[in-house]
Design a protein around this ligand. Structure first.
Ligand SMILES: [Zn+2]
Length: 305
């Protein structure tokens, strides 16, 4: 699996170690594709000066971005008429409030039950072909229902493509005047590696420093779920979550760390059963201030030697 060496550390479980000073994600690793601002309405601070401040910040984040996304389809290009000056610097949320919609997301959201079944049958057909090609008999009793079961399972594993950050957040943003770290630790994450279509699972830790506004605490795992229930690479998943929180909440800073085990590495390839991959993405004040970053990692217990 290709990895961005500066943000990914692979270590054996027995000596898992995370050195935040050497590991933070640099802005250069953030995907360069700007999308127009599709942040949920109602949650925007409307005064001109904060708009200007955000635009400045956005420009800064955009300009510091150097790399193209690995898959060109990751680049969400907006319809021209919706192009506006206030564009989100991150690929997290797009113009209709959907989070990184894939090809046909809107059509799938609006399709009839018959169309949905047709889509499921198409997947089942492909699974039947796989069964034949690996030397199985799709017509033997034990396998009769497998293509359909797999199709349903696959659609569940990738349901994040149809989820909408607006619905998930659902106005659960409250002005609490809180300005210290809020951290949700050990969020279980199940995702599919986009290179092999096999699972990678692990834990995500999400922290942010509010700018007065806080988000309902249960929303953080739901955001993690929305981005993990699709085909992913761990690096991008970590960034997607961090940027989405940055976009919808406009906190002072965000930090996301994910530790996970990739079945494509465990069951095939190098067959390293105890290897853990750690990725991180820090934004805003967490990115800028070493002290804040250290506070986050020590609250997680990740920089203990
Ligand atoms: Zn893989």
């Amino acid at each position: 699996m290709p990895s961005q060496a500066s943000m990914v550390k692979q270590t054996a479980n027995s000596e898992r170690r995370f050195v935040p000073n050497s590991a933070p994600v640099t802005p250069a690793e953030i995907s360069p594709v700007p999308t127009p601002n599709g942040v949920p309405e109602g949650k925007l601070k409307n005064d001109e000066s904060s708009k200007r401040r955000r635009r400045r910040k956005a420009r800064k984040r955009r300009n510091s971005i150097g790399k193209a996304p690995r898959d060109p389809r990751d680049a969400v290009s907006p319809p021209e008429e919706l192009e506006s000056e206030t564009r989100s610097p991150s690929p997290g949320i797009d113009f209709v409030g959907l989070s990184k919609p894939s090809i046909g997301t809107v059509a799938r959201l609006e399709e009839s039950p018959e169309k949905a079944l047709e889509r499921q049958a198409k997947i089942a057909g492909a699974v039947r072909t796989i069964l034949e090609c690996i030397g199985e008999d799709p017509n033997r009793e034990g396998l009769l229902g497998t293509p359909d079961r797999y199709a349903k399972a696959m659609l569940f594993f990738t349901k994040g493509y149809q989820e909408n950050i607006k619905t998930i957040v659902n106005d659960a943003v409250f002005n609490e005047g809180h300005n210290e770290f809020v951290i949700v630790k050990d969020i279980e994450v199940f995702s599919l590696c986009e290179h092999h279509l096999v699972p990678f699972t692990g834990k995500m830790h999400i922290g942010y420093i509010p700018d007065r506004d806080v988000i309902g605490i249960s929303k953080l795992p739901r955001i993690a779920d929305m981005f993990s229930r699709r085909l992913q690479v761990q690096e991008r998943l970590t960034k997607d979550v961090a940027h989405a929180i940055m976009d919808i909440l406009k906190p002072q800073g965000v930090a996301v760390v994910m530790e996970s085990s990739h079945l494509c590495m465990v069951m095939r390839g190098v067959e390293k059963t105890s290897a853990t991959t750690i990725t991180s993405c820090v934004l805003g004040c967490v990115e800028k201030r070493e002290k804040t970053r250290n506070e986050f990692f020590s609250l997680l217990g990740l920089n203990r030697r």
